[in-house]
Design a protein around this ligand. Structure first.
Ligand code: SF4
Length: 469
């Protein structure tokens, strides 16, 4: 085990001065950074500060256009889909922006039983999902502790319904020590996510007043401990709205580089939740550093330029209109048909937000989201192949960097959307999807691959499932 302190060094003054130094960046300087970004090798802090400091709307349009070009070059027109599953809304922490915080008495608290977990899983499967993001507050049933989480993971993987199953389970739970990360890894998880919420220490301390999460250093070192526990597939993120988004983006880049330098692999994903009203939370009604829609688009585009091979995840916090605008700028994964309360899928609560962590902006069903993506020219993907074939961590990055994502991911998107159309789609969505499949197959350049994909599509029509590259 390393003797160095865990986590990146976040020097607030250094970040602030980089932003101020580039406040008057000229269009020429910005275009130089955009040209560098197009080499797909990522950007350094000074480059990112140049882009973040820009205030010229015309240059923003050039930033957006470059991000869109990079998104298409690397990811094609795919969007990977998942559903979050909240297994408990109990929590010992006091995060001012969260409805689950311990002192909030307005919430009905519960941990799902294993029967309820299986029931939720069946609902998610029957909608057509193949990926779940498991989410929990930091409080596990007495006498069980983290075994409760491990048992839940096993239950989700073991649950089947019709032709469906969950093939990849990502996890977003509180910071752990190395030994517990080893156990989590042994549960066959995909990505482990933990968001720093804010990298700005005084803001962090103001927002987190009690519980283990109130320790900034413990929290910021968590991904290091996860890596030392063998989890090489990690996701980071910020809750935008707590502090200046420009500071947060630069700090997040420090975190990403720290992981790459120390463990040879940067974050697999970056999440960009923006603060939304949460039950009884004054902070969420009046966020200290609200991020306007245009700035939200900017930060996504700049992340796409800065870390071109890192997935960017967008949740249903955002409404359908904003989500549509974000896809092109660099988003590679989206949640759909989400519930953020334990039991929210199977219990059909009509208010959607009862017992939830925060309010949602997009209440559409998975079928509606898929139809919308297809109409916009995106191919939805339920692919889980890399993780199941061991292409994770540095191996995944080696694969991604030469641009091979298209070789594996595009055919897998075609095959998994075909399964969705066969098993779950409405007639209208099926029609849109079949057209997308036809067009996508035609676009495959290598004849052998094209033939093979066609063969597999026929096999799926004949009832085969889970065919992947
Ligand atoms: S953000 Fe997480 S840790 Fe904080 S109160 Fe909510 S569930 Fe608990």
């Amino acid at each position: 085990m390393s003797t160095q302190p865990y986590g990146p060094r976040i020097d607030a003054e250094e970040i602030q001065s980089a932003l101020e130094h580039h406040a008057d960046a000229t269009p020429t300087a910005i275009r130089e950074v955009l040209a560098k970004a197009l080499e797909l090798k990522g950007l350094d802090d000074q480059d990112v500060a140049v882009l973040l400091s820009n205030t010229d709307p015309e240059m923003d349009q050039e930033i957006f256009a470059t991000a869109a070009e990079i998104k298409t070059t690397i990811y094609g027109n795919r969007l990977v889909l998942f559903a979050p599953m909240y297994i408990t809304n109990k929590c010992q922490n006091e995060c001012k922006y969260c409805a689950f915080r311990a002192s909030n008495k307005n919430l009905t608290r519960r941990n799902l039983t294993m029967e309820e977990v299986a029931q939720e899983t069946r609902f998610i499967i029957e909608e057509g999902h193949k990926r779940i993001l498991l989410v929990a507050g930091e409080s596990y049933p007495a006498g069980e502790g983290l075994d409760y989480v491990y048992k839940t993971i096993e239950t989700i993987y073991d649950t089947k319904s019709g032709n469906g199953e969950i093939r990849r389970l990502n996890v977003n739970i509180a910071a752990l020590d190395v030994e517990h990360y080893k156990k989590l890894k042994a549960c066959n998880i995909g990505t482990y996510q933990l968001f720093q919420e804010t990298y700005h220490r005084p803001t962090y301390e103001y927002m987190h007043t009690a519980g283990p999460k109130s320790d900034y250093d413990w929290h910021i070192g968590a991904i290091d401990r996860a890596m030392e526990g063998g989890i090489d597939d990690a996701g980071i993120g910020v809750l935008f709205g707590l502090h200046d988004y420009r500071f947060e983006v630069l700090a997040m880049m420090h975190h990403a580089r720290h992981l790459e330098d120390r463990y040879g692999v940067g974050p697999h994903t970056i999440s960009v939740p923006r603060i939304e009203p949460a039950e009884g939370s004054v902070v969420t009604l009046n966020p200290p550093a609200p991020v306007k829609d245009h700035d939200f688009l900017r930060l996504i585009a700049i992340l796409r330029l800065a870390v071109p091979y890192t997935g960017i995840i967008l949740s249903t916090r955002e409404n359908a209109s904003i989500r549509r605008q974000c896809y092109n700028l660099g988003i590679s994964q989206i949640s759909a048909s989400s519930r953020t309360n334990p039991g929210g899928y199977s219990e059909h609560d009509t208010s959607h937000d009862a017992g939830s962590q925060f309010s949602l902006g997009d209440h559409r069903t998975l079928d509606e989201v898929i139809a919308d993506c297809l109409e916009m020219g995106y191919i939805p993907s339920f692919c889980t192949a890399c993780y199941r074939r061991g292409r994770t961590g540095a191996d995944f990055m080696d694969l991604a960097k030469p641009g091979l994502i298209k070789e594996f991911c595009q055919p897998n998107a075609i095959l998994t959307v075909k399964e969705y159309l066969e098993d779950y789609a409405s007639p209208d969505t099926r029609q849109l999807g079949e057209k997308m499949i036809k067009d996508s197959v035609e676009d495959i350049e290598k004849d052998r691959l094209k033939c093979d994909v066609c063969d597999r599509l026929t096999q799926i029509e004949d009832g085969e499932r889970d065919l992947h590259y």
